[in-house]
Design a protein around this ligand. Sequence first.
Ligand SMILES: Nc1nc2c(c(=O)[nH]1)N[C@H]1C(S)=C(S)[C@@H](COP(=O)(O)OP(=O)(O)OC[C@H]3O[C@@H](n4cnc5c(N)ncnc54)[C@H](O)[C@@H]3O)O[C@H]1N2
Ligand code: MOO
Ligand SMILES: [Mg+2]
Length: 582
Amino acid sequence: MVKAIAVVTVSDSCFTDPAKDTSGPTLAGFAKQLFPDATLHTIIIPDEKDIIERELLYFSDEANVDLVLTTGGTGLSRRDVTPEATKAVIHRDVPAISVAMTIDSLQKTSMAMLSRSVAGIRNRTLIINFPGSKKAVTECFEVVKPVLSHAVGLLTNDEIEVKGTHDKVQGFVCHHKHGMANSCVDISKVAFRPRESPFPMVEMSEAFAIIDEVMQQWSLSLEVVPIGDSLGRVVAEAIYAKEPMPPFPASMKDGYACISSDGAGVRRVRAALTAGDAPTMPLSFGECVRINTGAALPARADCVVQVEDTKLVSASEDGQTELEVEVVVPPRPQQDVRPIGCDIAMGAVLADKGAILDAAMIGVLAGAGYQNVTVRSKPKVALMSTGNELQEPSELQLKPAHVRDSNRTMLRVLLKEHGFDSIDCGIAQDEPTKLVSAISTSLSQADILVCTGGVSMGERDLLKPVLVKDFGATLHFGRVRMKPGKPSTFATCEFQGRKKYVFALPGNPVSAYVCAHLFLLRALRQCCHLPPFLAIRVRLAHAAALDARPEYARATLRYPTTDDLPKATLIMPNQVSETNDS
Ligand SMILES: Nc1nc2c(c(=O)[nH]1)N[C@H]1C(S)=C(S)[C@@H](COP(=O)(O)OP(=O)(O)OC[C@H]3O[C@@H](n4cnc5c(N)ncnc54)[C@H](O)[C@@H]3O)O[C@H]1N2
Ligand code: MOO
Ligand SMILES: [Mg+2]
């Protein structure tokens, strides 16, 4: 099924004046017609190879678009570089698509010879170049139309290709059996350490897919919590109303409960009912009862006339009792009455399975008499820092060449911010046996271990070998094409008969922060069945030198009053260019 399509207009002139773009909207119109349920992204970019590549990568890797249709930049002029940019990003080409378009177009114009359109596949995305004119786009779309749906179907049915990654990574494993007190990682032969990382660099989209797939194995457990503590928790089983709301026919106005068939005219005021008063006697014809908002109607009353629609006819001399009122406008049956169960019928679903509890829902549960709710349990997370150079932040004096451990505090607070508690497992030294014992202690207390540092190429970066050799861990990925965060590592292992998940994040505090957002929170949210964070497209408010890797930076957003995209201003622009070489 085609879920998302991007139409990319590549043209210098349309980029400067979007009104000139006719082929983009035409293509978008055809795409929408063919796949009405798909999300449609459209963008106009200049004939710049880097920018075209970046957009194609964004749509295929980040936005997980099924079909990217470009228009423009396929000709022979110096600025026409769409085919080159496309070739740079596709993994496999599908030449027959462009051939079919060319054969068809040649029957109409020999100019078709001058289009260099390319079609190909990147991961699960099909990218097709169309020429830049409205006429050519119209003709070429007709040609490819019959195959698009099937082509996307074939691509999306592919299994996630994690196996290849696993196999390569397993080459790193030492299958040596050993006790947990020691480590079988030998750090003495530093000269023979690998000079190239043995870990394949996975794309962000792959890393996400791997996390999603692996975290599906997370074994569900449930817990009962008081509703007052259930904010943000995920409902485990649908919750039903045990009683109707309102439980009695209630007045919506301050006025008089009447019998509607009495029509307009004078009524005897028999009694007064304020909220909380239980009505005693049924109403008789020609009578009414003064009533307040929220009070229960007496039997036989079927409407409420608001006080504004009445006139006083007679009262006791002291003014303390109304004797007769005149109903000015004839009332309708059920006027200003909330019948029993009109808000919530008995047996109605108050919160569905999987609902995320918010103040409104919790209020509904409270109103329906629920004190506790069964929710999905949150994973137990252990936080550990690694590094011989680290000191506790509270220590007054820094030792030479030491730094304070900021990652543990940052991660604890980040997790708290997102509703997750953590267990503090301190700082472990960069020494194999020390790491083995610190990791064992952490894993015995938690489902998920989050550690920072020691995942890159230094001889004291021991996390990966220790996890693999001493804990028999499977490294699902050990390098990701991202900046910062390249050496990010995600592993699982069996420990004390249970499956454990390890996020070994790079030590650089910015990398740890970014990777915790992107990988750790994604996994934790999935354990609780919370959706991944929403990704939105923004426009940079200023120029920024970007890396070839997808880059992550903090920014402030300004929302325009027009339909334009929000504008992002990087908080620390230097942070983006500073580590260009890493
Ligand atoms: N030869 C290569 N060197 C490096 C590469 C590479 O590909 N080849 N990658 C670089 C990248 S990218 C990163 S990110 C870092 C990752 O380093 P590690 O995960 O191994 O982390 P450490 O070496 O332990 O520390 C890096 C840095 O961060 C500071 N740090 C560590 N933990 C904390 C903490 N808890 N609180 C505050 N600061 C911390 C540590 O002192 C170092 O300055 O590797 C590059 N190198
Ligand atoms: O990838 Mo490293 O996280 O600092 O740039
Ligand atoms: Mg290191």
